[in-house]
Design a binder for this molecule. Structure first.
Ligand code: PLP
Length: 412
C-alpha cells in the first residue's frame, strides 16, 4: 500500500477546556469536582433544561404548520428581529431609525466568525488583513483563533486584568486605545467578561467609548452571557446600548447557548448597527454571501425556541425568571465560597470572588496551585486559575474551600 497522503499532517493540540473535561471524566476519585466546564450546572451538578425551553419545545413539536424546509440564508426573520431587540432594547433609536440588521448564526462563535470574515473583506479597505484587531488580556481563547482564521495578521492584546489588584486595569486599557492605530478593531465583552468576571462600570464604559470615538476605533461586542452577570437582561446590555446611543457603528455577536441553555443547538445572532438603512442593507448583502459558502443556511430548532419565547410576553417573563434562577445560584455559590475561605483564614483577600460577576471567577491561584488542586484534590480548573461557579454545589463547597486553603498555604 502507498503511504498515506496525510502523513505530513501534524497532530494539533487538544482544546484546553475539552481536554480538562475528558480528564475529569476519566478520574475515578469519588471526591472529584469539575470547575473547568463552560456551562451551567444545577446544585445536583447536572445540566439544566430551562422549564420555558421544555414548554416551547413541546409547543413546536405539536405545531403541524411547521416543517423542515430550508430557512433563508440570513436566518429566521422573527428570531433575528427579537434577538437584536433584546440586545439593543425595546426603544433603541437604531431600531426605530431602521438602521440595524442581523444574521442568525451558529452560536456566538458563528456570529464572531461571520463578523470577522466580513471585516477582513470590507472594513478599512478591501481585504485589509493588516487592520489591527485588539483582544483583551486575557480573553476567551477562541477570539484570537477566529480572527486569525478570518485572515487578520496583526492581532494584539489590550490591557484588561490587573493581577495585583485583581480588578480592571482601566488606565492600561485606555492607554492602549489611545495608542492604537485609527480604525483598529476592538473586541469588547458586553458583560460577564470571560475569564476574569470583571466588567467596566458604566462610568468606565463612558471613558472607553469617549476614547474609541475620538480615535475612530471599531467596537465589536461579544455578548455571550446576557442575563448572567446581574440577573437582568437590560443591565447586562447597558454597554452595548450606551455605545449605540453615542452614535457608533458596531457589531454585536450574541450567544443563546448559556442564557437559554441551548449549547448544542448552536443559536447565535450577529447584530449590525449602521448609520442608515442603506449601509446596513449593503453590509447584510455581503454577509449573506459569506454565510452561503460557510453553512449555507442556519438550523431552525434553537432559533424557533428563542423566537417563540421572546415574542410572547408570558413566555418572555418565564424565561427571565429562569435566567434569574441561574444567576442567583451563581451569586449564592460566590458568597458561600468567599465566606468559607474567610472563615478558614485562607491567606490573601477573597472579596474578588463576590465582586466578580457571571459564570466565571479568576481565583488568583497560580499554575502550581492549580496543578495541586487537580493532581492531589481531583478538582479540575483551568491553568489560568479560572473556575466556573456553577461547578460548585452545596455538597462540594466545603471540600473545594478546604482544598483551595491547602493549595494556597502549602504551595507558593
Ligand atoms: C466570551 C465568549 N464568547 C463567545 C462564546 C461562544 O458561544 P457559543 O457556544 O454560542 O458559540 C463563548 C462560549 O464560551 C464565550 O465565553
Amino acid at each position: 500500500m502507498a503511504a498515506s497522503i496525510f502523513t505530513a499532517v501534524p497532530r494539533a493540540p487538544p482544546v484546553a477546556v475539552f481536554k480538562l473535561t475528558a480528564d475529569f471524566r476519566e478520574d475515578g476519585d469519588s471526591r472529584k469536582v469539575n470547575l473547568g466546564v463552560g456551562a451551567y450546572r444545577t446544585d445536583e451538578g447536572q445540566p439544566w433544561v430551562l422549564p420555558v425551553v421544555k414548554k416551547v419545545e413541546q409547543m413546536i413539536a405539536a405545531d403541524n404548520s411547521l416543517n423542515h424546509e430550508y430557512l433563508p440564508i440570513l436566518g429566521l426573520p422573527e428570531f433575528r428581529a427579537n434577538a437584536s431587540r433584546i440586545a439593543l432594547g425595546d426603544d433603541s433609536p437604531a431600531i426605530k431609525e431602521n438602521r440595524i440588521g442581523s444574521v442568525q448564526s451558529l452560536g456566538g462563535t458563528g456570529a464572531l466568525r461571520i463578523g470577522a470574515e466580513f471585516l477582513r473583506r470590507w472594513y478599512n479597505g478591501n481585504n485589509n488583513t493588516a487592520t489591527p484587531v485588539y483582544i483583551s488580556a486575557p480573553s476567551w481563547e477562541n477570539h484570537n483563533s477566529v480572527f486569525v482564521d478570518a485572515g487578520f495578521k496583526d492581532i494584539r492584546t489590550y490591557h484588561y486584568w490587573d493581577a495585583a489588584k485583581r480588578g480592571l486595569d482601566l488606565q492600561g486599557l485606555l492607554d492602549d486605545m489611545e495608542k492604537a492605530p485609527e480604525f483598529s478593531i476592538f473586541i469588547l465583552h458586553a458583560c460577564a467578561h470571560n475569564p476574569t468576571g470583571t466588567d467596566p462600570t458604566p462610568d468606565q464604559w463612558k471613558q472607553i467609548a469617549a476614547v474609541m470615538k475620538r480615535r475612530f476605533l471599531f467596537p465589536f461586542f461579544d455578548s455571550a452571557y446576557q442575563g448572567f452577570a446581574s440577573g437582568s437582561l437590560d443591565k447586562d446590555a447597558w454597554a452595548v446600548r450606551y455605545f449605540v446611543s453615542e452614535g457608533f457603528e458596531l457589531f454585536c455577536a450574541q450567544s443563546f447557548s448559556k442564557n437559554f441553555g441551548l449549547y448544542n443547538e448552536r443559536v447565535g445572532n450577529l447584530t449590525v448597527v449602521g448609520k442608515d438603512a442603506d449601509n446596513v442593507q449593503r453590509v447584510l448583502s455581503q454577509m449573506e454571501k459569506i454565510v452561503r459558502t460557510t453553512w449555507s443556511n442556519p438550523p431552525s430548532q434553537g432559533a424557533r425556541i428563542v423566537a417563540t419565547t421572546l415574542s410572547s410576553p408570558q413566555l418572555f417573563a418565564e424565561w427571565k425568571d429562569n435566567v434569574k434562577t441561574m444567576a442567583d445560584r451563581v451569586l449564592l455559590m460566590r458568597s458561600e465560597l468567599r465566606s468559607r475561605l474567610e472563615s478558614l483564614g485562607t491567606p490573601g483577600t477573597w472579596n474578588h470572588i463576590t465582586e466578580q460577576i457571571g459564570m466565571f471567577s479568576f481565583t488568583g491561584l497560580n499554575p502550581k496551585q492549580v496543578e495541586y488542586m487537580i493532581k492531589e484534590k481531583h478538582i479540575y480548573l483551568m491553568a489560568s486559575g479560572r473556575i466556573n461557579m456553577c461547578g460548585l454545589t452545596t455538597k462540594n463547597l466545603d471540600y473545594v474551600a478546604k482544598s483551595i486553603h491547602e493549595a494556597v498555604t502549602k504551595i507558593q
